[in-house]
Write a protein that binds this ligand. Sequence first.
Ligand code: IFM
Length: 428
Amino acid sequence: MRTPERTFPADFTFGVATSAYQVEGGIENDWAEWERAGRLKEPHARCGRAVDHWNRYEEDYRLATAVGATAFRISLEWARIEPERGRFDEAALEGYRERLLKMKAHGLTPVVTLHHFTHPTWFHRETPWHQPESVEVFRRYSRRCAALLEGLDARVITFNEPMVLLLGGYLQGAIPPGIADGALTMKALENLVRAHVVARREVGERLGRVETGISQNMLAFAPDRWWNPLDRALVRLGGQAYNHAFHEALSTGKLRVNMPGVATTRVDIPEARDSAEFVGVNYYSRAHLRFVPRPPFIEFKYRDTQGRGLTDIGWEDWPEGFLQTLRDVKRYGKPVWITENGIDDRSGTRRPQYLHTHLGQVLAARAEGVDVQGYLYWSLLDNFEWLEGWGPRFGLYHVDFDTLERRPTPACDYFRRVATGRKLVAPL
Ligand code: IFM
């Protein structure tokens, strides 16, 4: 693994990332319904009060600054803001505004995601993403969000991991809205691109020039059998669809997916051309793909190829793929933000090393001319991990899920040393 440079420039941002549903608590949305329908791996698990960030936000801002973070990524919960279609909750909007102002006062620059997987309960019944009306509905919501951000100098992420939402929610039926249909998935993808465009326009009209983009979950892919041409074709086509179709649409205005037998689309959306100021990358792992001769034709697995041990959620620890991913996004010619990177490490002992190797890859990418400007660790706190419920622990801070007490893991000290010293030091 190459780590040619060991220092981060003074203007490189270190921060932390969270999302509303996973930390705030007390939210009624499509995921809460999904949980009540028993659709999580542990059918009785509930997000419920989450880790009560809605009330403990000031404590959490202090925890972020204590590790040297100067940026804090949150998401706005659409279901709080627009609980019924067309009715906006002024108290919720005020609540977010107050929290963002406090965040600023703590010296943290807000990075604000408008959509992080969840929806108000009416959304899928009335205007699901495969229907064109969804775009207008999102535009109206974004307009209200933009007003919230006045004077905050926030960076805006319209959508978090749109391909994860589509794969899970529209192709596999594993997360809300539970659809499993390739053609609808492609319609929804097109509307998400259009929704990004109109949301960015709303933000720009209200706030002037704001750095706006998306966060894309990007996996390093490898063929399960290196010698098998079908596995290799899957890596090529799947990698293009999963990692690049969305970014590419926002860069060129051309939306292209070509996964024969699964989903294909070819649409030109000229207004999407050059519609992001930065490329948001969420990187965690590598996946091996194997062709199987029956729908859905793809088998997806994480393998421990290096004997490093899978992470506790079962993902390969593969920092090498981070560099590969960052090289790959250089083609968009925009600044790059790592909007998530992190490890489910339930003992808390592996995280400093994970940070060390992954930040090393960020430096290596920078040395190759990839303009990486910021790194947001996922996550500040242990939190609710979607279908996995309360098992995984990604937090720099360990949270006792009974008492909600936050305690630093060894990675807090490591993160602080790098973020404040600007040097890639070795973990102690
Ligand atoms: O917890 C999630 C987050 O919501 C989106 N990116 C991946 C994280 C870990 O699975």
